[in-house]
Design a protein around this ligand. Sequence first.
Ligand code: FE2
Length: 297
Amino acid sequence: MFEEGQLYSPVSAGGDGEVTVHLADDHPGANDPAYRRRRNEIAAAALAWQPGTPAPDIDYEDAEQEVWRRVMRELAPKHARYAVAEYREALEAVRLPADRIPGLEEVSARIAPLSGWRYIPAAGLVALREFYGALANRVFHSTQYVRHPAVPLYTPEPDVIHEVVGHGHLLATPTFGELHRLAGVATGRLRDDENVRFLSRVFWFSLEFGVVVEDGALRAYGAGILSSYGEIEEFRAMEHRPLDIVEMGSVDYDITHYQPVLYRAESVAEVAEVVGGFFETCTDESIADLRRTAAFA
Ligand SMILES: [Fe+2]
């Protein structure tokens, strides 16, 4: 999870081992003690996890399972209509359960044979370099909590639905899985944190919120759109701009609302060429040049 600027709730661990997820006052679960308790428990499980061991197996409660079922039910017809073809093929190949939340080990077991990706748990924010760096090795840091049932259609906070339904199916595709990996490899080359932030914004406007024309229709390939059954109805009506790495890497975005401006490619090949080409070739020097161009635009 966690691109820079994505809204996450801070997690703290006290000296007594008590783990607390600090929900903002306007979070839909802020005044729901049972939800807050679950968030603390699920974050504690991720913090206790040791690399090299299986991801914690969360015993999801009925209310959480119901959110998953509802989102899966709502998304299915929308994916059929609006998701890019490779994603729709991945839905068939991965075959996530619609009636229960899969554990991260199960998600890995379904995706790894297709494309080599596996999931590891994250309590909350993962530092930008750590999150992207792991992508180079086809490892995806994933939260395991579920969005609050009061607002199932969209979450600014990346929950297990976003991570697994949104990114998971992309990771199972040849084109978009490779773009995730290339973003990771690129991050390993960059020394300047400002340049990593530039790359993370390009990632945001492509692998999180990218749209593309395919077979004459406008389709989505961004995990943020494909995991939000509210946003997926809206993306066609947003302002669309052509792919532009300088602009995508420099624009500020607000994740608490649907994205008002989206970058549209005219084909999947164009996404691979422009976004993939950027990830494949970018260096500290080349991004510094792009940032200078943005400053003078
Ligand atoms: Fe994401």
